[in-house]
Design a protein around this ligand. Structure first.
Ligand SMILES: CCCCCCCC/C=C\CCCCCCCC(=O)N[C@@H](CCC(N)=O)C(=O)O
Ligand SMILES: [Zn+2]
Ligand SMILES: [Zn+2]
Length: 512
């Protein structure tokens, strides 16, 4: 009997050893032979007169744009006078654009701007560059090193609300267009510039109306580029080179209104449970029960694979073997807010209101939850999960607002438009790697899904880990160097869009 067990154990151990050796071999082979998704930057044809310098005039225009306090507060509550001023300022600042017979300008939804620049070849589908005129309000003003609406230049940086979100792309694309038109350039392909005025409150009166206008015109758009993920410096562990993240998708969202109504009364005779207590328990359950970690099921995994060959060895081994290491990477991702946001549907408790007086038991308690939905999940799944977690019929849960995750736009070598974008990025950042990702925040593109199946979100400035907190936060800023890159990125993009959407190099047919 004992011999039998010994034999069984030894066979099992041998089998395990063979399995382990096979897994090890696969891991080593994949790490050594994993394909590279990076292409070398296109040859530099740039000359001095093929470059937009961040000179005094251009910087002054950008500063003036920052000084306009185009704040969006709540849905439908903004700063109409400032928006009108911004609109007038744009008209005065870009006379070549506004005087060109090729350009049609429409004010849409009262304050949003839609420009159409007529291309010479009507058989080509138009494309669209998008951004927004509005900004979020300023908090903690005392902590700013320069006044938040000053556009002040300090140590090579321009400070102010809107510098990165997102007046750089609005002003940068206008500068590029003005530069081209002033040299007598007519684009081959028709180009739209779409600037919503309420992106920060979900674009219901701006981008949504722009989309309706374009739909009425029967437009189908070749591709759309909006504000988005940046060129990361140190954002991706294991990669020392800068990484340009192209947002090929974005998370959905669901804003929930939670309410509990109970009997109020005199604070000297409380019941065991109050409206405030019941709601607190519900939201505490939501916070303690995060939505499932979905890392490895979507674009976030491709993001790592695209840069795997450029990573230091341990990261390279993990990223080229996600079939094995996905659970480990998922766990690591869950540890930091910015990576956790890529791994799962997030739950942010953003408002909590109750009570009117110290000695009155509040009959009502209200909270707001801001969920950002992972591209592999859905509004329905998130709701079902929450109701199960709360599991209390006294908590009334209503959806204030929701949007499903965005469809995933084509990416990689099979998508000529993505490759054109990659090459344009490399013209500005020759040392950068380029990888697809999804946006954890939302953009106006949520209103443009019916216009195009190729929607990208990318902002051509560099972001370090410590810059993350500047987004919607204190000391938002962009470097002069980066603003110059932004202008030149749009310039190259417009020029590149006049070349056939590439073809021989990536083995594809020309397309419209
Ligand atoms: C491993 C990590 C890699 C991740 C790389 C990306 C790092 C992310 C860095 C920056 C993202 C920039 C996003 C800026 C756009 C912000 C858009 C925005 O503010 N949207 C609002 C819209 C308002 C609304 N409620 O709809 C939002 O999402 O709240
Ligand atoms: Zn923005
Ligand atoms: Zn924003």
């Amino acid at each position: 009997m004992a011999r039998g067990i010994r034999y069984f154990l030894s066979v099992t151990l041998k089998l395990l050893a063979v399995m382990l050796a096979s897994v090890l071999m696969i891991v080593v082979t994949r790490t050594a032979t994993f394909p590279s998704y990076q292409t070398s930057p296109p040859a530099c044809e740039e000359s001095d007169d093929d470059f937009i310098p961040a000179d005094k005039e251009r910087l002054a225009r950008f500063t003036s744009a920052i000084q306009l306090q185009t704040v969006s507060y709540e849905r439908g509550v903004g700063t109409p006078q400032e928006l009108v001023k911004f609109s007038q300022f744009i008209q005065e600042s870009f006379p070549t654009i506004h005087g060109s017979p090729m350009v049609r300008r429409d004010v849409v939804g009262n304050y949003s701007l839609l420009y159409r620049v007529e291309g010479s070849d009507a058989s080509l589908q138009p494309y669209m560059l998008a951004s927004h005129l509005d900004v979020v309000p300023v908090a903690e003003e005392a902590k700013w090193v320069a006044p938040p609406f000053s556009g002040e230049l300090k140590d090579g940086y321009i400070y102010g609300r809107g510098t990165i979100d997102a007046k750089h792309s609005l002003m940068g694309s206008l500068e590029a267009l003005q530069f081209l038109l002033s040299r007598g350039h007519q684009p081959k392909r028709t180009l739209y510039l779409a600037f919503g005025h309420d992106e920060e409150t979900q674009g219901h009166f701006g981008a949504k109306v722009i989309s309706e206008v374009l739909t009425q015109r029967g437009e189908k758009i070749k591709f759309i580029l909006d504000e988005g993920t940046p060129v990361g410096d140190g954002l991706l562990p294991g990669v020392s080179k800068p990484v340009a993240f192209i947002g090929v998708a974005e998370k959905g969202f669901m804003t929930l209104h939670l309410e509990v109504n109970e009997e109020g009364g005199h604070a000297s005779m409380p019941k065991p449970e109050s409206a405030i207590g019941i709601l607190s328990k519900a939201i505490s359950k939501l916070e303690n029960n995060p939505h499932p970690n979905m890392f490895g099921t979507g674009v976030e995994a491709r993001m790592l694979e695209y840069v795997a060959t450029e990573m230091t060895l341990p990261y390279r081994m993990l990223s080229s073997n996600l079939w094995l290491f996905s659970p480990l990477v998922a766990w690591v991702y869950s540890k930091k807010p910015q990576t956790n946001a890529m791994a799962r549907t997030t739950t942010a408790l953003t408002r909590f209101n109750a009570g009117v007086k110290d000695n009155v038991i509040s009959p009502e308690a209200v909270a707001v939850i801001d969920h950002r939905i992972h591209p592999m999940s859905s509004v329905e799944e998130v709701m079902e999960f929450d109701l199960k977690v709360i599991n209390d019929p006294r908590v009334n849960v209503k959806v204030k607002n929701s949007r499903p995750p965005a469809p995933i736009s084509p990416y990689g070598k099979d998508s000529p438009t993505y490759m054109m974008l990659q090459e344009t990025i490399q013209q500005i950042y020759p040392d950068a790697l380029v990888t697809p990702t999804f946006m954890v925040a939302t953009t106006d593109t949520g209103h443009y899904w019916n216009l195009s199946n190729a929607i990208y979100r990318f902002s051509p400035y560099v972001m370090t880990p410590s810059d993350l907190a500047r987004l919607h936060g204190v000391n938002e800023r962009i470097s002069v160097k980066d603003y110059e890159r932004v202008m030149n990125f749009y310039y190259h993009l417009i020029v590149n869009m006049d070349k056939p959407l590439e073809t021989k190099r990536h083995g594809h047919e020309d397309e419209l």
